[in-house]
Ligand binder design. Structure first.
Ligand SMILES: Nc1nc2c(ncn2[C@@H]2O[C@H](COP(=O)(O)OP(=O)(O)OP(=O)(O)O)[C@@H](O)[C@H]2O)c(=O)[nH]1
Ligand SMILES: [Mg+2]
Length: 315
């Protein structure tokens, strides 16, 4: 393993990690205009990247209303760093932080800790809305589990078990600001689901690639092999070599194409293409790098290489 790895990561084109489609700009405006009817803002971010990729454009909303940061997908991050992450966020001025796993059927954070946190946050400031019910807006970047959280909260606090907010494993499932959903009776509480919104200007490559690695941008826009390349770069830099055993490699590698070609061979991922160099255009079989990259990302995102806090170097 006496191998040297890259010290920095580069991309041929920084623009690939920029995603700001029309529905994001439109929804941002709708969310800002709904703020007057909002008692509290719950921001959901991925616990694997607690410091990277939070949208700075939310800062107005967060400053104007009581704010809670839910670091979701806690099941996938390094749980041992929970205290340090929370301390650093407190130092950065984020007062209310909760770690959640919305896929668990019952989780004590959502079941018992969140409601008091919401009311503490609301009661710590003057409340201008005099209504007896409470409106809470759920915001965040794409694919962090906003809609899953709304379904889980409703399931845990009402007798209604059916999912009402549409969820999915790819970024950009919720496309518009939705009608409020009743999630609690007495006091009556409503959650508003919103689309994931990214900043139009990703500040640096690491931040953008970490968002991509966590699935907050569509893979095909960034390019699956760039994301796997970043995955390899990060794993090697952190000396996390579990991928060697998982993918049955001989040694660590810093070369994404040889890594993908190994996976394609191992998993028999081939594609049939016409050989333009052949006069009869006969078909030839080539390794399917795209499929291999999707497979590698799936393994990483399921936590099968380990539970990582990708931002651990920022602590
Ligand atoms: N491992 C894990 N997966 C989760 C958790 N919460 C949500 N997910 C998964 O994350 C994916 C995205 O969930 P959504 O609820 O659709 O995310 P969203 O933030 O509403 O996404 P957009 O609507 O695209 O902005 C889904 O595949 C969920 O099953 C969690 O706590 N742990
Ligand atoms: Mg959603």
């Amino acid at each position: 393993m006496a191998q040297t790895f890259r010290k920095t990561f580069s991309l041929p084109n920084f623009d690939v990690i920029r995603w700001f489609p029309g529905h994001m700009a439109k929804s941002m405006g709708q969310m800002q205009s709904q703020l007057k009817n909002t008692d509290c803002v719950i921001e959901i971010h991925d616990a694997r990247i607690p410091f990277s990729g939070r949208n700075p454009r939310f800062s107005d909303m967060i400053a104007l209303r009581p704010h809670i940061l839910l670091l979701n997908k806690f099941d996938l991050c390094n749980k041992g760093l929970k205290g340090k992450v929370a301390d650093k966020l407190h130092c950065m001025g984020v007062e209310n932080v909760l770690f959640t796993n919305c896929l668990e059927f019952r989780t004590k954070e959502i079941q018992t800790e969140l409601m008091p946190m919401i009311f503490n946050a609301i009661n710590s400031r003057p409340r201008y809305r005099k209504s007896v019910d409470y409106n809470i807006m759920v915001i965040g970047v794409p694919n962090t589990g906003k809609s899953t959280f709304i379904n889980a909260f409703r399931r845990m606090h009402t007798t209604r078990k059916r999912n009402v907010a549409q969820t999915g494993a790819i970024a950009g499932i919720t496309r518009s600001v939705n009608n409020r959903i009743k999630v609690h009776f007495n006091p009556d509480m409503f959650l508003v689901d919103t689309p994931g919104i990214l900043t139009p200007y990703i500040p640096n490559i690491d931040s953008g690639m970490r968002l991509s690695l966590c699935g907050c941008l569509p893979d095909h826009l960034v390019g699956e092999h760039y994301i796997v390349d970043y995955m390899l770069y990060w794993l090697n830099k952190q000396k996390r070599f579990s991928y060697i055993e998982k993918f049955e490699l001989q040694e660590p590698t810093d070369n994404v194409m040889s890594f993908l070609s190994h996976i394609a061979k191992q998993q028999s991922m081939v594609k049939k293409i016409k050989d333009i160099n052949n006069p009869q255009f006969q078909h030839v079989f080539k390794p399917n790098f795209e499929q291999a990259a999707q497979y590698a990302l799936k393994i990483f995102r399921k936590g099968q290489l380990g539970n990582f806090t990708i931002d651990s170097d920022l602590l």
